[in-house]
Ligand binder design. Structure first.
Ligand code: C2O
Ligand code: CU
Length: 505
């Protein structure tokens, strides 16, 4: 198999700024998040335990205040908001093609909704306030039921006042299991998140403040895996793990690697891809994205290997360890190179000749506002926003970012475009701002072009990083009827204009 590093398509993942130290040239991708509860589960645990269900067959998911020991077992716990009071929330497990029934019960002091990120399900279940449902008031509940068409690693999160609700902990992983067993010894969900905490360990307020919104979004100084300060992941020599990494952070792009191990990407954003060894082992994970890795535990019994992320300053932080047991290896040799995961039923016939092509420049943010003559005080006057953008559903001072020159809430105003079901759509994202953006499309997965020609990168995505002064051209078949959001997954950018919706009729 050719080394991934030889392949042109992956060049797009190189970072703009050279990284110092041990993080080197190439980085795989964009995405990340996970949950503790999954650690003990064998890969093919019953998809839906029948205990714990309501009489009418719903799994309860109560959004409510809780506590999490984010700073380690001895530091005081942090008050959070979480599904079932946990952050991350419980890992939900479903089986491909089988209906999942979830009852959201809102025990928060604010309204809320749940969005099922990456699931190509019926529009009415997509969980976007105003576009697909009304927000669920405190004390009220809402029944979500849908049948996931794709097996893979997905996640769920609040989509209302998300800058606050996600920063407080309202997210969790959703795993859709393949119909047939996958040849791994263990299935491990790793939810990667950052938290902005006060010195006393409370969630820092100031959600969606102007500074965060105009810059990189809300970044936190505490990083957790599965809500733990320093996760210890037990492994046995020659065991094969499937690591399902989910980036649930509001805005942070993580570069993650597992020291001393070869990892293979098996799926991206929930969709299987040709297995590829990660060059240098470094994954670049945008907020909202997932990567499934196979890892063969090749060290000796008794070894420890750190799980590392970049610290945004060229160094690395240890956020957990693989901890090898002292006992005998699980088997004498590691397993042979894996077969690809079974393909999902994605619409992969792109009619380029009949496609609708849309240019979507990405504009705004701190530096751009200066250049456009706007400012914090509300811009150039008239109906113009802080950065001078036309807008829908946002007061002028909140129009900091724009998609295709419009700053929108993502659910007000006319659709960015409307297409009949089955039409091929090409979107050309061009980042004219000083910050990277993670462009996410609801209800569909897309392919990204490898360059200016017709070649596609060898995987599907639901979120793509568009670096400053770069473009990403993506294509998908608009096969899912309804009203779908399209937005930056840096949540503070989404909330200040970098959002839109489109209609499939
Ligand atoms: Cu994770 Cu609008 O999405
Ligand atoms: Cu953005």
């Amino acid at each position: 198999m050719p080394d991934i590093a030889d392949r042109q398509p992956f060049e797009a993942f190189e970072t703009l700024r050279p990284l110092s130290g041990r993080l080197s040239r190439r980085h795989w991708l964009a995405g990340a998040g996970a949950s503790l509860t999954a650690l003990a589960l064998p890969p093919f645990a019953a998809a839906q335990p029948t205990e714990g269900l309501t009489a009418d067959g719903f799994r309860l998911l109560r959004a409510r205040p809780g506590e999490a020991r984010l700073r380690g077992p001895t530091a005081p716990a942090t008050p959070i908001w979480g599904y079932e009071g946990l952050a991350p929330g419980p890992t939900l497990r479903a089986r491909q093609g089988e209906e999942l029934k979830i009852r959201l019960v809102n025990e928060l002091p604010q309204a809320t909704v749940i969005h099922w990120h990456g699931l190509r399900i019926a529009n009415a279940m997509d969980g976007v306030p105003h576009l697909t449902q009304m927000e669920v008031a405190p004390g009220a509940s809402f029944d979500y039921r849908f049948t996931p068409p794709d097996a893979g690693t997905f996640w769920y999160h609040s989509h209302f006042l998300s800058s606050e609700q996600m920063a407080r902990g309202l997210f969790g992983a959703l795993i859709v299991e393949e119909r047939a067993a996958v040849d791994v010894d263990r299935d491990v969900v790793l939810v990667l998140n950052d938290w902005r905490l006060t010195n006393a360990g409370a969630i820092e307020r100031g959600f969606g403040n102007f500074h965060d919104a105009a810059m990189a979004g809300r970044l936190g100084q505490y990083i957790t895996l599965n809500g733990e300060d320093s996760l210890e992941l037990p492994v046995k020599t020659n065991e094969r793990l499937r690591l399902r990494i989910v980036n649930t952070a509001n805005a942070r792009i993580f570069r993650l690697r597992i020291a001393e191990h070869v990892t293979r990407v098996m799926a991206v954003d929930g969709q299987p891809c040709p297995p590829e060894v990660v060059p240098d082992g470094v994954l670049r994970l945008a907020p909202g994205t997932r990567v499934d890795l196979f890892l063969d535990a090749a060290l000796k019994p008794g070894s420890r290997a750190p799980i590392l992320v970049d610290d945004l300053r060229g160094g690395e932080l240890e956020i957990g360890h693989l901890v090898y047991g002292d006992g005998a290896p699980l088997r004498a040799q590691p397993l042979a190179a894996p077969h690809p995961l079974p393909a999902n039923p994605l619409p992969d016939r792109f009619d380029m000749a009949g496609s609708l092509t849309i240019d979507v420049p990405l504009d705004g943010g701190g530096m751009a506002m200066m250049m456009r003559g706007g400012g914090m005080g509300g811009g150039m006057g008239g109906g113009m926003g802080a950065a001078g953008f036309r807008g829908h559903g946002l007061p002028p001072q909140d129009r900091i970012w724009a998609l295709a020159s419009v700053a929108s809430s993502g659910h007000d105003g006319p659709p960015m475009f409307s297409v009949p079901r089955g039409r091929t759509v090409v979107m050309n994202f061009t980042n004219r701002s000083a910050f990277p953006h993670a462009m996410h499309v609801h209800g569909h997965h897309f392919r990204a072009f490898a360059g200016n020609g017709p070649a596609l990168r060898p995987y599907w995505l639901d979120t793509v990083i568009v670096d400053p002064e770069h473009s990403e051209r993506v294509v998908f078949v608009a096969d899912n009827p309804g009203k779908w959001m399209l937005h930056c997954h840096m949540i503070e950018h989404m909330a200040t204009g970098m959002a839109a919706w489109f209609q499939v009729t």
